[in-house]
Design a protein around this ligand. Structure first.
Ligand SMILES: Cc1cc2nc3c(=O)[nH]c(=O)nc-3n(C[C@H](O)[C@H](O)[C@H](O)COP(=O)(O)OP(=O)(O)OC[C@H]3O[C@@H](n4cnc5c(N)ncnc54)[C@H](O)[C@@H]3O)c2cc1C
Ligand SMILES: *[C@@H]1O[C@H](CO)[C@@H](O)[C@H](O)[C@H]1NC(C)=O
Ligand SMILES: *[C@@H]1O[C@H](CO)[C@@H](O)[C@H](O)[C@H]1NC(C)=O
Ligand SMILES: *[C@@H]1O[C@H](CO)[C@@H](O)[C@H](O)[C@H]1NC(C)=O
Ligand SMILES: *[C@@H]1O[C@H](CO)[C@@H](O)[C@H](O)[C@H]1NC(C)=O
Ligand SMILES: *[C@@H]1O[C@H](CO)[C@@H](O)[C@H](O)[C@H]1NC(C)=O
Length: 467
């Protein structure tokens, strides 16, 4: 899906505001939640913010479109057991204080694992499209040249505004960056360490640097103490506990349908499964990805519209499949048989099929450069796993059919703008939007995809909100 860059026609804006007002007044009298702050999005940044704001004695309500909190975190529980499998975010590195604080609110025990120790039995490279295995393919895993450049910008993944003047490398397409530094041999490894970035080579290098940030790279060093994981392998537990704890202040399966914002207050009209709920708050904290589609109901002014309309996104989808027959411990990575384009698979496609703690259940991750319906993604995952299984497992045809046990869409993932927007000061203007019309912003788009950086950013933002 291509996001339109055209501003809404004036007439449409007027009609929209009129409708918004009508619904506000209809709903207003009967059903109002008054809060210090309204939060949109119950993922990593939204839940962290709520817990911190509660400590600061501010009242809040969270509006979340899914029926559960957790954002990019998803946990599956094998039916009839206590066995959990995390199939979204896996481990947490970076700002240790914020990681401990977040999971500490509900006493969720954490343990550290070294990446080298969670390795699988064997990695096999298979062209998922043609079902050909590449037995001699050995991608270069040495990404030290890229790492050396990343470490030059230690603050990049913690903040919204970019260094000024903008370093030339950040606005290069990653293809040009690869050529400039002669790191062709490690492109395949970099690509699979930045899953979800879609067509990596055509994107500005900034997004690779934000993803493979110093915290992420440090966590992989042999000398690193490693990443934090939840001891019960139940990353969603903290979110489910918060959701229950917040009671009527957690509005799930809900969306904002209209809003009024000015410098003194915010009024949101929220459609919940059972009613239309009005929230009147002193402040608004937006934590959902600020795509134009998500932001439109917030009654955008021209300045806001001009920024949010620049974002494009890609699709990252994860799930668990039940597929018996694969050799235990083997992981399958999608590598194009053709040498051109560094053996990168052409998206949309399944990135990989990985073993989990339960034999027969495999973690699958799928990428798309543009919007796809969930049913198309689900169908392609099942078809691809079945095809790969026929290629690598003898007598696969007689095995029980492949079943998708769990699935989660992470569209829209990793919002980006063009190199020219970047050079034109987009991120400085985005940063300057904080506080405009009583509205504040946090989340991956404003820092990086590393969860602890999102928490670190939120931690630094909150004192400014009620200044
Ligand atoms: C598959 C995957 C694996 C990852 N693994 C790791 C990892 O191992 N370690 C790590 O540090 N980071 C990981 N990340 C990144 C990390 O999880 C994110 O950086 C973090 O979740 C970002 O927090 P956020 O609050 O910005 O977004 P989210 O956690 O996604 O929260 C946003 C919330 O907003 C909700 N929402 C969206 N639109 C609307 C709307 N219109 N109305 C209401 N609510 C809405 C969403 O449902 C979601 O709950 C991973 C991400 C993905 C997708
Ligand atoms: C919040 O309120 C509690 C109880 O009234 C009080 O003990 C605490 O100091 C307050 N915290 C802040 C940050 O104001
Ligand atoms: C990785 O590459 C760098 C730069 O080419 C080189 O100096 C270093 O020795 C390599 N490391 C390993 C472990 O091969
Ligand atoms: C802000 O909007 C509210 C309605 O949502 C209105 O009552 C109030 O007067 C407005 N304040 C200013 C300063 O415009
Ligand atoms: C996976 O499939 C096998 C074979 O059909 C079945 O016995 C098992 O119960 C399934 N597991 C789950 C978690 O559905
Ligand atoms: C955020 O992270 C930086 C870099 O790790 C650290 O120096 C800083 O103390 C952190 N800030 C907060 C508020 O956690």
């Amino acid at each position: 899906m291509h996001v339109s860059h055209r501003p809404l026609p004036r007439l449409k804006l007027l009609t929209f505001s009129f409708l918004a007002w009508t619904s506000i007044h209809t709903a207003y009298a009967s059903n109002v939640l008054e809060r210090d702050i309204a939060i949109i999005g119950g993922g990593a940044s939204g839940v962290y913010a709520a817990l911190r704001l509660r400590e600061m004695n501010h009242s809040f309500a969270i509006v979340e479109e899914r029926d559960h909190f957790g954002g990019h975190v998803s946990t599956y529980t094998v039916p009839g057991t206590e066995t959990h499998i995390d199939y979204g975010a896996q481990g947490f590195g970076g700002d240790e204080d914020s990681i401990r604080r977040f999971f500490g609110y509900y006493d969720i025990p954490l343990v550290r694992v070294k990446l080298a120790e969670v390795g699988f039995g064997k990695t096999r490279y298979v062209d998922f499209k043609t079902s050909t295995e590449l037995p001699d393919f050995r991608p270069d895993q040495n990404i030290s040249v890229l790492a050396r450049e990343v470490y030059k910008y230690p603050e990049l993944s913690l903040n919204t505004a970019l260094p000024s003047p903008l370093p030339e490398d950040l606005a290069l397409t990653f293809r040009d960056f690869v050529t400039k530094y002669g790191i062709e041999s490690s492109v395949f490894s970099i690509y699979f360490q930045t899953e979800g970035l879609g067509d990596l080579l055509s994107k500005p290098t900034l997004y690779v640097f934000k993803y493979l940030n110093p915290a992420y790279l440090d966590g992989q060093l042999p000398t690193s103490p490693g990443f934090f994981v939840t001891e019960r392998a139940f990353n969603q537990e903290v979110y489910l506990r918060a959701q229950a704890d917040f009671g009527a202040s957690a509005l799930v399966s809900s969306r904002v349908v209209a809003a009024q914002r000015n410098d003194s207050r915010v009024v949101l009209v929220v459609k919940t499964p059972t009613r239309t709920q009005t929230i009147v708050a002193r402040k608004l904290l937006v934590t959902m990805p600020p795509t134009l589609a998500n932001m439109r109901p917030l009654d955008l002014d021209a300045r806001e519209h001009g920024l949010f309309s620049r974002f494009e996104a890609q699709g990252w989808y994860v799930g668990l499949v039940n597929a018996t027959g694969f050799v235990a411990g083997h992981e399958f990575i999608n590598a194009a048989a053709a040498h051109s384009q560094f053996h990168l698979p052409q998206l949309p496609a399944l990135y990989q099929i990985s073993p989990t703690r339960v034999e027969g259940i495999h973690l699958v991750r799928y990428g798309s450069p543009s919007y796809m319906t969930e049913s198309d993604v689900r169908a392609d995952i099942v078809r691809t796993v079945d095809r790969v299984r026929r290629a690598v497992v003898p007598n696969a045809a007689s095995l029980p059919s492949v079943e998708l046990l769990a699935f989660s869409s992470h569209w829209p993932f990793s919002l980006r703008v063009s190199a020219s927007d970047m050079a034109g000061g987009f991120y400085t203007r985005l940063d300057a939007l904080q506080g405009h019309r009583s509205t504040w912003y946090t989340g991956a788009t404003f820092s990086s995809t590393t969860a602890s950086h999102v928490w670190n950013f939120t931690e630094r933002l909150l004192p400014r909100v009620f200044e």
